[in-house]
Write a protein that binds this ligand. Structure first.
Ligand SMILES: [Zn+2]
Length: 361
């Protein structure tokens, strides 16, 4: 509705295939709100198209400069569907570069329905993982409040508060009923924190380095920056390419190469204390998702495990069974892939703990 693509589809000038580009998000069939329940014409292979190629067709200008280092793109940079990898810093920038409206569409309600994203035990696992992270950080942080950037529904904040630590968050999509998560820009935040945490949020920001710089200023001497992001140069990213789980166009605006992140943190006066290619989570699932996505019909496993209201496309029970069965069969291969890439320090996510140097004298 917001651009030429959607209108073209609506007016029937594009053959009605099982994919629609609405705004900027790739919706294999349609949003839940407009979904026709169990339409007979819907294919059992809703994600047959290539999501990066589909995204690249949106009506927006190509990215002109690297969103990480500001380098003006020229012939030396590597162009792939939906992103351009900077020859100077190694970070890729989503291209075309979406406008605010297009990005808003990409975060439509299905991404974070109020009842939780995942079906069954998924949300419980998510909660448990945050709880483990909070307890671990609790042991290494100096006293003082923490700030969670991209706090979502506040699960991590709650975990800190249970441990008796003051915690607040910022998130543009904050639930107004949660007093601890504010819908403001990170750059509007002031104060002093024992840690600022970017848990899979840095890659969603338009100006990630500016955000890091601002966050660095909010950290007390001896405090920490904690960052977890997808590793865009991981084995799984290279292997699964346009269908890699964490490419997630256009919600991920930058696709980070770990050395660029580490050197940026050092430049901001932080000492790298720990780098893990496993702790950022989603490594095994990235493999599973990638392997299952290679099968006929390209099942989207991530979509399969979400609640039906949170899914990008409707999936028939038979197709879900096919995807889940494939995941079970692929599990040993995914486990081996995970072990290899983590051992080679090329895991699907990178997690960094960096401590702000105490000023001498
Ligand atoms: Zn760059």
């Amino acid at each position: 509705m917001h651009n030429g693509h959607a209108e073209a589809v609506n007016s029937g000038t594009v053959p009605v295939v099982n994919s629609v580009v609405k705004g900027l998000i790739y919706l294999p069939s349609a949003k839940p709100a407009s979904r026709v329940a169990e339409s007979a014409s819907r294919s059992d292979a809703p994600a047959g198209d290539n999501p990066a190629v589909a995204y690249a067709r949106i009506d927006a200008p190509a990215a002109e400069e690297c969103a990480w280092c500001g380098h003006r793109f020229d012939g030396a940079d590597t162009r792939r569907p939906g992103r351009i990898r900077c020859a100077r810093c190694g970070v890729a920038t989503t291209s075309p570069w979406p406008n605010d409206e297009q990005l808003g569409d990409a975060y439509a309600v299905w991404y974070r329905p109020t009842e939780g994203r995942f079906s069954g035990v998924g949300d419980a696992v998510l909660k448990r993982t945050r709880s483990t992270l909070a307890s671990r950080l609790q042991r290494i942080l100096p006293a003082g409040p923490v700030l969670d950037v991209g706090a979502g529904d506040g699960t991590l904040i709650e975990a800190f508060r249970r441990n008796g630590r003051d915690a607040t968050g910022v998130d543009p999509y904050a639930n107004p009923d949660n007093p601890h998560v504010r819908a403001v820009d990170l750059e509007d935040m002031t104060g002093e924190y024992s840690a600022v945490i970017f848990w899979h949020s840095l890659e969603h920001l338009r100006r990630p380095v500016r955000a890091l710089r601002h966050a660095a200023g909010l950290v007390a001497p001896g405090g920490m920056l904690i960052v977890a992001v997808p590793n865009a140069t991981s084995m799984q990213a290279r292997l699964f390419g346009d269908r890699w789980l964490a490419l997630d166009l256009p919600r991920h605006l930058v696709h980070i190469d770990p050395p660029a992140l580490l050197s940026q943190l050092e430049e901001l006066g932080f000492r790298i204390e720990r780098v893990s290619y496993l702790r950022g989570g989603q490594v095994l699932f990235g493999w599973l998702h990638g392997l299952v996505g290679r099968l006929p019909g390209h099942p989207d496993l991530y979509d399969t495990i979400r609640r039906s209201e949170a899914r990008q496309a409707a999936q028939s029970p038979a197709f879900r069974l096919y995807a889940l069965g494939a995941a079970v069969v692929a599990l040993p291969v995914a486990a081996v892939g995970t072990a290899i890439e983590v051992a080679r320090r090329a895991g699907g996510t990178v997690y960094v703990q960096a401590r702000k140097e105490e000023k001498a004298g």
